[in-house]
Write a protein that binds this ligand. Structure first.
Ligand SMILES: N[C@@H](CCC(=O)N[C@@H](CS)C(=O)NCC(=O)O)C(=O)O
Length: 221
């Protein structure tokens, strides 16, 4: 897809054009980078929404929000003070689950629907190393039999949710714990490479240093 960030006169906003739609860009509030305040920051829920917009070739306009110093206009549209929020039919909608579901209903093509029985994978960033390894091992077996993506040949919504979390997991655990996915879990490793090398993923991913900074207080207390 031909799409590019176009800086606007307000330096904290960017428009992203996708080639196939003549519609007005959708407005999305995203987390600002901790290290470079005008850039997109390290929120996996935001990346999930941006990946969905990219997959559906919908043009969007990003407003970066400093979550450490939330402006009044942002708290008015997002009373919980969380990103992502997107404007759909003149209403600001929060929560990546709700947003991606709404985008699927409003823009059903291409379909990103994941059949319900394939959505059960747990969040691999929770729990002990043993729990994480058990979860990754069962995911490895699943992808081996059903891959290359969770719903088979084509990427679907659940991959776009899991991919950004695996990206955080790889960077944060690598940096703070010197941990990496064992070589034996080769299907998980290939799955991650496949998702991380998608053009849309590269375009919407957080900077490594932001992911590291974002996890610092959680890891070091
Ligand atoms: N359940 C929400 C979670 C969104 C969320 O927790 N966003 C974080 C950034 S990644 C946030 O805005 N936190 C508020 C803050 O840091 O003050 C979703 O799926 O969108």
């Amino acid at each position: 897809m031909a799409a590019s960030f176009v800086p606007r006169s307000d330096s904290r906003c960017f428009s992203v054009r996708a080639s196939s739609s003549g519609d007005e860009p959708l407005e999305v509030c995203v987390k600002a980078s901790i290290n470079y305040p005008d850039k997109l920051g390290d929120c996996p829920f935001t990346q999930r929404v941006l990946l969905t917009l990219e997959a559906k070739q919908l043009p969007y306009h990003i407003k970066v929000v400093d979550l450490a110093n939330k402006p009044e206009w942002f708290l008015e549209i997002s009373p919980e003070g969380k990103v992502p929020v997107i404007k759909l039919e003149e209403k600001w909608v929060a929560d990546s689950d709700v947003i991606t579901q709404s985008l699927e209903e409003k823009y059903p093509n291409p379909s990103l629907v994941t059949p319900p029985e394939k959505k059960t994978s747990k969040d691999p960033t929770d729990g002990t190393e043993q729990a994480l390894l058990a979860e990754l091992t069962s995911f490895n077996d699943y992808i081996k039999d059903n891959g290359p993506f969770i719903n088979g040949e084509r990427v679907s919504a659940v991959d776009l949710s899991l991919g950004p979390k695996l990206y955080h997991l790889q960077i944060a655990l690598g940096h703070y714990k010197g941990w990496s996915i064992p070589e034996s879990l080769s299907y998980v490793k290939d799955y991650m490479k496949r998702i991380f090398s998608m053009d849309s993923f590269i375009k919407t991913q957080a900077l490594k240093e932001d992911v590291i900074a974002g996890w610092k207080s959680k890891v070091t207390g």
